[in-house]
Write a protein that binds this ligand. Structure first.
Ligand code: FAD
Length: 398
């Protein structure tokens, strides 16, 4: 028998789960499918050890989803974004610039949380919503878009009729494939190591990006761990260097990361596994099709710089929520899907281009390019109005 629903979400990653809680909290009947069950404990096999820094503009949609009150007690605020240029002859800080949220707002830039914990709280919130059915272990197989509905076949053989299908199924999105939407992909030969550390020097709610070569080395505050200051680190390097670093014995790895951090928080101690992530930029040629929208990594992938990835995805969701709520009779009609594409695609293109440039600047290896990067940072930082514009642009507000 065919089931009916307002919205079918393909993908139960952080983006798909957030969409399910938000649209479910807004009263839509939602089915969310994912062939892989979410891992909700840090120590479990397959746990996502990355963290997400939710920037100010993302909080609204998390509040409406009934998530923010669950997440805030576990979050570390980010008050200052510190950029260190260590591109001189020796790996030492030669330029340090602090971007302070108090120059543009009463609130911090954002709040940082572990991804496995996000999944735990999102799954718990879904359990409170009788109009949302979350089905881990079942995937999207194919779809047929008709005038008034989309007919979706799932991997367990079931069929669902939905007004709107949301492709939140990651960078190799099966929904995007089913629509025949092309992607443009940029590769850097780069990977990221993500892990957690403790340190002697308190982070003081400062998130620090250290630039030398290969890509940024970013320390983001976490709540204290076993009574010690703690941070999440994303360390980007060439693929070969990441493979070497990931295989180093712990003591050698700790020495290497402390040196790469320029010692900004004192000696760093590894307190988690090291997980490795491929780095690309990617953008879909369109963000909608008949009865369908694409969001998050199904539509755009960026290197982890300035905490933009998931925050762009939550901007997708905020836009979609506004449109769906003004067309409750049919949230998948062309007026919604077309307006969504028009509202999001240009903005997303701009951000993907900007982050691509920042990543290439951070990868610069030759002394000349590294000096140029330091001069540009100094110049951009020195003028207060330019600095404030940059901070607002980073947050995605005007
Ligand atoms: C090292 C690193 C650090 C980052 N830090 C930040 C940060 O601080 N702030 C920030 O905003 N962003 C950050 N990002 C980006 C952020 O992590 C990603 O944007 C986000 O995790 C992607 O979420 P997603 O739900 O789109 O994709 P995914 O997590 O890939 O989820 C896609 C889901 O779709 C499912 N799926 C696949 N096939 C099917 C199918 N047939 N049917 C149904 N479901 C299917 C998959 O199983 C998966 O669960 C970071 C990224 C990296 C690599």
């Amino acid at each position: 028998m065919r089931e009916t629903s307002d919205i079918l979400i393909s993908g139960g990653g952080v983006a798909g789960l957030t969409a399910a809680t938000a649209l479910g909290s807004a009263g839509f009947r939602v089915i969310c499918v994912d062939p892989t069950a979410p891992v909700t404990e840090a120590e479990a096999e397959g746990a996502d050890l990355r963290t997400t820094a939710f920037l100010q503009p993302s909080v609204g949609v998390l509040e409406r989803a009934g998530l923010w009150s669950r997440l805030l007690p576990h979050a570390a605020p980010l008050q200052i974004m510190r950029i260190i240029d260590a591109g001189g002859a020796e790996p030492m800080a030669r330029l340090v610039k602090d971007f302070d949220a108090s120059e543009i707002s009463d609130a911090p830039f954002g709040w940082n949380l572990p991804n496995w914990l996000l999944r735990r709280e999102m799954v718990a919130r879904l359990a409170e919503l009788p109009n949302v059915s979350f089905r881990p272990g079942i995937g999207f197989a194919r779809m047929l878009a008709r005038e008034s509905e989309a007919l979706v076949s799932l991997t367990d053989g079931a069929q669902v009729s939905a007004r709107l299908v949301i492709g939140a199924d990651g960078r190799n999105s099966p929904v995007r494939e089913a629509l025949g939407i092309a992607v443009k992909t940029l590769r850097y030969g780069q990977k990221a190591l993500a892990f957690a550390v403790t340190h002697d020097v308190p982070h003081g709610s400062v998130s620090t990006e250290v630039h030398r070569k290969g890509g940024p080395f970013t320390l983001v505050p976490l709540p204290d761990r076993d009574g010690r200051p703690a941070s999440a680190i994303v360390w980007m390097e060439t693929g070969a260097e990441v493979a070497r670093l990931a295989a180093l014995p712990v003591a050698e790895f700790e020495a290497a990361m402390t040196a790469r951090s320029t010692g900004v928080l004192g000696p760093l101690r590894l307190v988690s596994r090291r997980s490795v992530w491929p780095i690309i930029s990617q953008i879909a040629a369109r963000m909608s099709g008949p009865r369908t929208v694409l969001m998050a990594e199904a539509a755009h992938v960026v290197p982890p710089i300035g905490a933009q990835g998931l925050n762009m995805s939550l901007a997708d969701l905020t836009c979609l929520m506004g449109l769906a709520e003004s067309h409750r009779d049919d949230p998948g009609k062309a007026a919604v899907t077309e307006a969504y594409h028009r509202a999001r695609h240009l903005e997303v293109q701009g951000r993907v281009t900007g982050i691509d440039l920042l990543n290439r600047a951070s990868m610069a290896g030759t002394p000349v390019l590294r000096d140029l990067r330091a001069k540009a940072l100094d110049a951009l930082y020195s003028a207060r109005p330019v600095r404030q514009v940059l901070m607002r642009a980073g947050l995605g507000v005007r």
